[in-house]
Design a protein around this ligand. Structure first.
Ligand SMILES: [Zn+2]
Length: 303
C-alpha cells in the first residue's frame, strides 16, 4: 500500500488522499475544497503567491494528519508551463508565474513538521494521468484537451517537452489576436473564455452558444469556427504525435458537439495510418485530476 495526496489549483483548490498500489491508487475519504462555495470562481484572483502556498498547505496538512499510513508524495496540478517544479508561465494564474512552487510549498510544509516531497505538474497532464490511472492503463498514450478560461493540452505518460497545445496556431488570419499570451492565430484565442469575451464584448460565452442555437448568423459562424479550431489542433496533434485516444473535458465541454469536431477532423486527417484515432467527451471531474496528480507524484519518485 502507498498513500499520496493529490491537489488541483485552478480557479479553486481541491485535494484528496489516495491509497493503493501505484497502478491501483483510489481516492479515500472526502475531497477538500477552497473556497467551499463552488459558485465562487474568483477567490484566487490576485491572491499573492505567498498566501497561495499557505492556502495549499492548509488543504494538505489535515489530509496528512488524518492518514493512518505515511504519505509518500504530494502532487500539485496547476495551469501553465511546469518544468522541474517551476511554474515557468501561467497566463490564467499570473501570481504564480516564475515561482519555484515545489520548493516553496515544500518549505511551508517543512515548517509545519512535514517532509513529504512535493511534485508539481500541469493541470491538463494531471487529467491525462488520472484517466490512465482510473482505467488501469498507465502504459497507454492519452491526450486531453481541457476547455475553459484557457485551453489546456495534457498527455500521459509524462514526456519532457513544453506541450502548450492550447497555443497551437490554427489560423493565419492576422485579426485572430485574442489569445491571453498575445500570440496570433492561437487555439486559445478562439476557444478560451477570455478570448470569446474580447471578440463579442457584450456577450458571455453561454449567450454566444445559445444565440447560435437560436439562429443568430454571427454566433452560428463563430460556433463553427470554435469547433473547426479544435479539430485543427487535434489534427496537428495527430500529425505530430500519432493517432490514439483523445479526450475533451473542462468547464466548457458542454458547448462541444463531438460529431461536428469529428466531421471537420475527417476532412483534415487523410493519411490512412493516422485515421485510427478515437474521440471522447468527459464531464469535468476534480476527482480525476486529483488522482492524476497523486499518481504522477508517485511515478516521479520511481524514476
Ligand atoms: Zn496563445
Amino acid at each position: 500500500m502507498t498513500t499520496s495526496i493529490g491537489v488541483v489549483l485552478t480557479e479553486h483548490i481541491v485535494s484528496g488522499r489516495l491509497t493503493g498500489s501505484l497502478g491501483q491508487q483510489k481516492l479515500e475519504g472526502e475531497l477538500l475544497r477552497y473556497p467551499s462555495d463552488p459558485s465562487e470562481t474568483e477567490a484566487l484572483i490576485g491572491v499573492p503567491a505567498g498566501e497561495v502556498y499557505d492556502l495549499l498547505a492548509s488543504e494538505i496538512t489535515p489530509l496528512i494528519a488524518a492518514s493512518t499510513e505515511p504519505v509518500a508524495a504530494v502532487g500539485v496540478a496547476v495551469p501553465g508551463i511546469v518544468r522541474n517544479g517551476v511554474v515557468e508561465d501561467s497566463p490564467n494564474l499570473q501570481q504564480i508565474k516564475g515561482v519555484r512552487l515545489a520548493e516553496a510549498l515544500g518549505e511551508v510544509l517543512h515548517s509545519q513538521g512535514i517532509s513529504t516531497p512535493v511534485y508539481v505538474l500541469n493541470d491538463a497532464d494531471a487529467v491525462a494521468a488520472g484517466l490512465a490511472a482510473s482505467g488501469g492503463h498507465l502504459d497507454r498514450l492519452i491526450r486531453v484537451w481541457t476547455l475553459g478560461n484557457g485551453i489546456g493540452f495534457g498527455r500521459w505518460p509524462y514526456a519532457d517537452g513544453v506541450w502548450e497545445g492550447g497555443h497551437t496556431v490554427v489560423s493565419l488570419d492576422p485579426k485572430e489576436r485574442f489569445c491571453g499570451c498575445g500570440g496570433l492565430g492561437h487555439l486559445e484565442g478562439i476557444m478560451g473564455n477570455r478570448a470569446m469575451r474580447l471578440r463579442f464584448l457584450d456577450m458571455e460565452p453561454e449567450e454566444i452558444f445559445l444565440s447560435a442555437k437560436q439562429g443568430d448568423a454571427r454566433c452560428r459562424e463563430f460556433v463553427d469556427l470554435w469547433h473547426r479550431a479544435l479539430a485543427a489542433a487535434t489534427a496537428s496533434a495527430i500529425h505530430i504525435g500519432g493517432p490514439g485516444k483523445f479526450y475533451y473535458t473542462g468547464l466548457n465541454v458542454g458547448f462541444l458537439e463531438l460529431p461536428v469536431v469529428r466531421g471537420y477532423l475527417e476532412a483534415m486527417v487523410k493519411m490512412s495510418p493516422l485515421q485510427n484515432y478515437s474521440l471522447e467527451v468527459l464531464k469535468e471531474d476534480d476527482a480525476i485530476s486529483i488522482l492524476g496528480a497523486g499518481v504522477a507524484a508517485l511515478r516521479a519518485q520511481s524514476w
